[in-house]
Each structure stands twice: as C-alpha cells, then as structure tokens.
Write a protein that binds this ligand. Structure first.
Ligand SMILES: *Cc1c(COP(=O)(O)O)cnc(C)c1O
Length: 881
C-alpha cells in the first residue's frame, strides 16, 4: 500500500545514552575508531546491514532495545568516554592555536573563518555527496582542518540523490540508479531562524521566478559544512529539482547549481554568521571553478555599500584563493555566455554591471572562444592567489593559462602549486593504525612519523599485509556475488565466486573514475599477455578493478563494458574482477588490501591523484605513470614508474608502448620481487605460495617499509592544509584585512593606482639599453653596467620595477624564424639613477656574469606595488626591443 503521508520520527534516546545522538551527528566518528567501534558494538549485525550508518543504527532500535542499552553499565561508560573525548577534541587548542596563529599573531588578531567552497564533499559513505577525487579531497581538507584546529567552514550543495549508484547489466553495460536521500535520515541539522522556521537563501531568476534554498549543516569534527538544498515547498518544481543530482542535467541546470553554490553560498555564510554569532569569513577558497560566482556576490555586497567596481574587485580578489584541478581543457567548466547574461540580467547582482561579470569569464585571449563563460578563467581573475594541486600540475596550469598573462613566460604565470594529500586517520586501515600506535606511540603516528617501521620484523609486516589482503578478498567475493545476482545469475551458477581471488597471490588494484585519459583498458591492450600474467601456474597476479563512468560518457561506458567482458571469461574470472559502485566504503577495504596500485593516465592529464597515496600509507606499492603526485614523490625505491612514450606519438602508439612497458615491469620486476625470486631457486617449491625460503619476500617488504617511512608526511592532508594556511590563507587574510581597514581606504587607493598604472602602461617604452664593462672576451665574474632609458610618461619610478632579466641563450623557433630565447633566468632590479625630464628616466644596475657559454639579457618594465601578490598579476609588461 502506498503511504499518503510520511514523516520522520527522530529517535528519542534515554538520558544515560543521550550522548549517542551527538556522536552520530558529528562526523568525527568516521575517523575515530573508538567511536566507530562503540556504534558497532551496540549491534554488530545491524551495523553491518545498515552499512555502518550511526543515524540509521540508532533509528533501528525499538524502545525496549534502547532501554536495555541504557541499562548496560559498560555501554553507558563508553558513551560518556566518547562524548568527553569529542568535547575535548572540539574545544582544545590544536596546531593552529598552539604553533601557528597563537604565538605569532597579536591578541587582537582573532582569526576569522576560511570559507571553503566545493561542488562535492566526500566525507563518509553515509553522506554520499561526491563523485570522485575532487570531493574526497574536499572531505579530507575539512577533516585535516578540523584536526589541526584551522577555522575552516565548508560550503556546498545537498544533492537529493547524490551521485548515481552503479550496477551492471547482463551484457556488462553500466546502469545508473538514483536512490533518493531523506535529509532527515542524514547526519545533518537544518539551519533555523529564531522562530523555528527554516532559514532560507533566495536568488532572483529570469521571468520573475525566485530560487529558494534551505541550508543544512553537517559537523565535520570542528568544521561546519553548510549544504544548500533547493528542495523546498516555496520553489516551483523546476527550482526544486536544481539540487537533485551531482553533475546532472544540462547547462541551464548546472549554471543554476553553480549560482546557488557561489552566490547562495555566500548568503548561507551570512545567515550562518547571523544565526550562530560566529565571524564572517576572512578568506574564500574555491575548490575548482564551480563556485566562482561567490566573488560576484561579494562584489555585489560591496558595491551595494557604495564602493566602485575596481575597489570592490580589489578587496574581493585579495581574500580569494582559487585552486584549479584539471589540466584537461575539456574538463573545464564553461557556460554559454548568453545564458550567463540572461541570468544576471534578471537581477542576481543588481549593483554589478553585467558586462563586468561577463568580462571576468571571457576567453578574450588568443585561441579563446568568444561565446563561452569560462569558470576557471573567472576563478583566476577573481582570486589574487591561485594554485594547482601538484608540482607538475602547477607547471601544466601555468602553460595552459598563460594566455591570460600575455608578455610573460609560462614560468612567471602566477599559479603556484600545493600538492594534495590524504587524511591519514580516514585512509589508514584501523588494523594498521592500531598496531602502529602500539609500536610507535600515538603522537608519532598522528605526526606521520613512521620511521620506526624499520624495526618491525618482516614476519609481522607480511602477516599484516596478508590480513589486509584477506579482508579485501572476503569483500570482493561478497560484492561479486551480489553483482552477479543483479545481473540475473542464479545462486547455483555462483559457486565459483567463493574461490575468486587467492590470498597468496599478488593483488593489483585499479579503481578510479573512468574518463578516457585515465585509460581503464590500457591493461587490455594485449589481452593474451594479460591472461598469461593472470594465469601463470607458479607466479600469477590478480586484479581488482572498479570505477564509475559519468552517465553521459558513452566512451567510458564502452571501456567498462570491454573490461567487464574480459573479466567474465571463466578462464580468468577467478583472477580479475570488476566491482560495481566504487565508493568510499569499497575504497576503505580495497586500498589497504592491494599490494600494488596501478595508475596509467595519459601524462600529464592527471592533476594529482590521491588514491595511490592511500594505498602507500597502508603498505602497498605504486606502479604508475610519472604523473601528478607520483612525478614528484617517486624515488626509485618506493614503487615503479611506467615509462611514458613520446607525446609526439599517436595515441595508438602511446598506448602500445606504455602497455608493453607495463607488462614488462610486471613480469620482470614486480612478480619476481613479490614472490621472493632472490631465493626461489633453493626453495624449489611450486604454486602461488612459493616465496623465499621462509616464505617472506624480504626485498618487497624493504620497499614497503621505505615507502611508509619516507612518504608519510608528504602524502598527508595535514601537510597540505598547513601549506594552504601558510602559503595562501594567511597572506590572503592579511591582504584582505589591510585593504578593508578604515572603510576600505587601502582598497580604494590600490584600485585607483591600478587604474592609473593600467592607463599609463600603454605609453611606457624602453627607449634604449646599453651596457659597459664587457671586454672582447667576457669572463665569468665580469661585471656589466646596465643602463636602461625608459619613458614612463606620467608614471613615477615608484610605480614600476625595471628589471634586467639574464640567463643562458638558446635559439628556439618562433613562427617561421628562429629567435634567441633566455633560459634559466635571474633577475636584477635596476634602480632609478637620473630624471632625464619629460617622463624619461635612466635606470641602472651592475650585473655579474655568473655562467659561461651563450649569455644574454633583456630589460623589461613591470608594475610595482606592495599589494600585488605577483609582478605578473596585472598582466602588464613592457619588454625592451
Ligand atoms: C581517493 C578516491 C578517489 C580519488 O582517486 P584518484 O587517484 O584521484 O583517482 C576517488 N574515489 C574514491 C572513492 C576515493 O577514495
């Protein structure tokens, strides 16, 4: 029978165990084993059946069961202990207060929050609001910020169905379902007005419509996460469904999602500040371009107070940090410019000229498309500080976006990099961390100091790796069985799944989203060769594969189908499996259980990648193309690098070359080492369990120990968040505070300066450059007196920096000609030496020739102001010659 009305009855807990309710709603339980185990022990079977969901678990208890629990002294004691621990965690001073902000900032400098915007957040399986790496990263960022005491506040959307659930059809085609989530059954609290009604954010839409959204709050340890939800009765049906799915819908719906995330997000922050009495953020960090409209909303607020455009923009830019995440041009978020215009004409930001909004996202550089609004470009123009997510990705981003800074070499483009990390308490398996804490102590483990792993006997480490592998295999078998049942197999046909995978066999994992560049099917390039590897009678390998394809990506679905069809072959299906519905929960067993993590993207299209870090933290080894994080952290002993074919090769050739290299590495390096080839001659045993004489692959374990001991701090999200605080948040907060003080006095001054300098630069010229002091045969150490005669027109020498840029000279092609380019350059600031009248100045400096070979220099003029974060910031430069 269909229910005609539904409502959610909140569990009312007896007094003695009332703390469980707070423990269930603060998501810290998800990375705090003691709290997690407490929930599990309340009812282990229900815990497993309810997918380890504390809210659902508490909801499943009837009154009698609750009364029993409330009378159980040991449970009551554990609840008290866990709540006391949570209280301490929430209130005590942590890194930010103790070591960072506290001692160095004045007492009056109470840090205001840092708002962190992201379209997705992957925190725990019970709040499925993510599709992949971007969301998991955002979740890890909030968790580490919480652990470090950094006052971050997250802003996102609440999607009714989250991302889709993946299953397979009989013929191996990806099927998508969208189970609807009931926010009342999620660990969320509704933001309410003092009168008890839902607090609402509203945005005007075209045709006189209005978009309303309510705001849910998730507590991620100390970090609040605000999630906007358009599914409210005040909306018409179309508006209600704006937040129905993550990355669903067409341009129109996506644009409205992003308007809600960005502009609505700022309004939600204001609401939250008003209702909770907490401060207004000092920094706005956007995780990828999707939340870019946050900047427009803040400019609107300032222009509404009477500031002019340039002043408002200067203030907003100073306190905005933009992180770019994709080196794949097709992955960049772009809207039809006319659509953006239509929405802003409807009065979204009545004080901001629509042309200015459009100009921020315009691809008005060489090769740009005039009809799109590019969210990454807008992000860069609205953020005074920007970064990529690994060193290589920083370099690729500088190259990719250099069109926005004409006249500058790519390496001067103001996009830095902070390499992503992962939240260790989430991703290190409880088995590993519990033992590590026993052996090395809690503070060493919390500080990612795993040096003492070298003291752990190989026997013990190997046994632990086997335990993790066994847990993975048990999980694989259960998932395989359930997947086959959904594909229509009968129980009788499925006996083989009980023997799928072998706990003595080297286990390789490959799980990630399935965009083309990640090359899910590279391993199938030579199917016969892969089959031989899988079925080798003595030293086989086994593979666990998983990944979702975006529902609109036919190419990705075809790759999944090709993979699944291969795994369906009865000759290999016990050695290679595809598991549907890759998610956090699967990852938490899969990553620790794998001996090897395979990653073979098309270099350099993987911005960072983080799954390999999670594997390494648990003692697995990476086998990866030198892309993203691996490019900077591979050291020759912590795993293997799959060589990259020349990028000049066709994609077919690249795949052939790189797949062959992958098979070679597996056959010649990994398999022998895993099975302990160093002594297998003496052992003479056969079968998968054959290893060195004592059955333990010591050389393999040496690599495992080396990995765990050396990569820990670099891979951790704590390191990442500390880098953000020091390199970006703090400078942004300080710049923002400086500009906004005294009723935006500095912002006005800076804006006026920028306008003047931008105009003035049009007529700046380097008229002449000469150098004295070089003999016929210059030598290293010789000094060169450089003089530049510059016409500054109306600008003052204080407004500019005149530089001699010097270095090695190379000849490089430039169009049909060749020109001398400078490489490995250094910079010498020239000082104003003489006012020559009429706006003309002589600048001089002494340049010391510090290298032999072809040497050269040039002179250029840049704007100079203490509030510029980078000399390239204004994209203004006048080069000599
Ligand atoms: C870590 C993780 C990702 C991101 O992995 P990449 O290496 O960046 O592809 C995606 N999904 C889940 C479930 C993860 O745990």
């Amino acid at each position: 029978m269909k229910a005609i009305r539904r409502f959610t009855v909140r569990t009312h807990l007896p007094e003695s165990i009332a703390g469980l309710s707070r423990l269930a709603t603060n998501l810290r339980w998800s990375w705090h084993p003691e709290t997690k185990n407490l929930f599990r022990d309340l009812d282990p079977q229900a815990w497993a059946e309810l997918n380890q969901d504390p809210v659902a678990l508490l909801g499943s208890f009837d009154r009698q069961r609750l009364a029993e629990l409330a009378a159980d002294a040991s449970i009551v004691a554990r609840v008290q202990e866990a709540t006391a621990d949570l209280d301490e965690y929430l209130t005590q001073d942590r890194w930010f207060q103790q070591d960072y902000w506290g001692p160095s900032a004045g007492a009056d400098a109470v840090p205001r929050p840092i708002a962190y915007f992201s379209p997705e957040f992957g925190i725990t399986a019970v709040l499925p609001q993510y599709s992949g790496g971007l969301g998991i990263l955002a979740g890890d960022h909030l968790k580490s910020a919480s652990d470090l005491g950094v006052p971050v506040i997250g802003v996102g959307l609440l999607y009714q169905s989250g991302y889709f659930k993946q299953s397979l059809s009989r013929d191996a085609w990806q099927m998508e379902t969208y189970p609807v989530l009931d926010p009342d059954n999620l660990p969320l609290t509704l933001l309410k007005e003092p009168d008890g009604s839902a607090a609402l954010v509203t945005l005007p839409l075209p045709a006189g419509r209005t978009l309303h959204a309510q705001v849910w709050r998730a507590d991620v340890g100390r970090v609040p996460l605000l999630l906007l939800d358009s599914n409210v009765p005040a909306n018409d049906d179309t508006a209600r469904s704006i937040t129905d799915r993550l990355y669903g819908g067409e341009g129109d719906q996506r644009l409205q999602q992003e308007l809600l995330l960005g502009m609505g997000g700022v309004r939600a922050l204001r609401l939250h500040a008003r209702l909770t009495g907490t401060g207004v953020p000092s920094v706005y960090h956007t995780n990828e371009g999707h939340a870019g409209f946050q900047g427009i909303e803040r400019i609107e607020e300032l222009m509404n107070e009477g500031l002019d455009w340039e002043t408002a923009l200067s203030s907003v830019r100073a306190s905005t940090v933009f992180t770019t995440h994709t080196p794949v041009p097709a992955g960049i978020d772009r809207f039809d410019r006319a659509l953006v215009e239509q929405f802003f004409r409807a009065g979204l930001a009545p004080n901001v000229p629509v042309e200015n909004v459009l100009a921020l996202g315009a691809e008005d550089y060489r090769g740009g498309n005039p009809s799109v609004h590019n969210m990454a470009v807008m992000g860069l123009r609205l953020g005074q500080r920007a970064n990529g997510v690994a060193k290589l990705h920083g370099a690729v981003s500088r190259e990719m976006f250099k069109g926005l800074w004409p006249g500058f070499d790519a390496d001067e483009v103001p996009i830095s990099s902070i390499t992503n990390g992962v939240h260790a308490p989430t991703w290190v398996s409880d088995t590993v961390s519990a033992r590590a804490i026993e052996l090395f102590g809690a503070s060493a483990v919390a500080g990612h100091d795993w040096q003492r792993v070298f003291d752990v006997p190989d026997e013990e480490l190997w046994e632990m790796r086997r335990t993790l592998r066994r847990a993975l295999i048990a999980d694989v078998r259960a998932r395989l069985r359930s997947s086959w049942r959904k594909r229509g197999a009968s129980e009788a046909e499925l006996a083989w799944t009980d023997a799928a995978l072998d706990e003595n066999v080297m286990t390789i994992g490959f799980a990630r989203r399935v965009p083309t560049y990640k090359r899910l099917t590279l391993m199938l390039r030579d199917p016969a060769r892969l089959k031989r590897l899988l079925t080798d009678p003595e030293h086989p390998v086994q593979l666990v594969v998983a990944g979702k394809s975006h529902p609109a990506d036919e190419q990705g679905k075809l790759m999944i189908q090709q993979m699944v069809r291969f795994t369906d072959d009865p000759e290999v299906r016990h050695r290679i499996v595809f598991l549907p519905n890759y998610d956090i929960q699967m990852a938490s067993t899969l990553m620790p259980g794998c001996d090897v993590w395979l990653n073979n993207p098309l270099r350099p299209l993987e911005a960072c990648g983080t799954s390999g870090m999670k594997v390494a933290m648990n003692g697995g080894l990476n086998l990866s193309v030198l892309d993203g994080w691996w490019d900077e952290m591979y050291d020759g002993e912590n795993g293997w690098a799959i060589p990259t074919a020349s990028s000049a090769a066709s994609s077919e050739e690249r795949d052939d070359v790189e797949a062959a290299a992958l098979y070679d590495l597996l056959e010649k390096e990994l398999v022998p080492r895993f099975y302990g080839a160093e002594s297998s001659d003496q052992a003479g045993a056969a079968g998968p369990s054959a290893a060195s004489t004592d059955g333990i692959p010591h050389q393999w374990l040496a690599m495992v120990k080396h990995t765990m001991a050396t990569l820990g701090p670099a891979m951790s999200a704590d390191r990442m968040v500390q880098d953000y605080v020091q390199d970006l948040y703090r400078p942004a907060a300080e710049a923002g505070r400086l500009l906004d003080a005294d009723d935006y006095a500095r912002a006005r001054e800076f804006a006026a300066w920028k306008t003047r300098v931008r105009d003035g630069f049009r007529s700046v010229v380097v008229e002449h450059v000469d150098s004295l002091g070089v003999s016929e045969e210059p030598q290293v150490g010789d000094e060169l007196q450089v003089s530049a005669y510059v016409n500054l027109d109306g600008l003052s020498p204080k407004d500019v920096s005149v530089q001699a840029v010097y270095g090695r000279v190379t000849t490089k092609p430039s169009g049909a000609y060749e020109e001398d380019g400078l490489l490995d350059t250094d910079i010498l600031e020239l000082a104003p030496a003489q006012d020559l009248g009429d706006g003309r100045w002589q600048f001089t400096g002494a340049l010391v020739i510090d290298r032999s070979g072809a040497f050269g220099y040039s002179v250029r003029v840049l704007p100079q102001h203490e509030l510029l974060a980078s000399p390239a910031e204004m994209a203004l430069v006048v080069n000599a010659g």
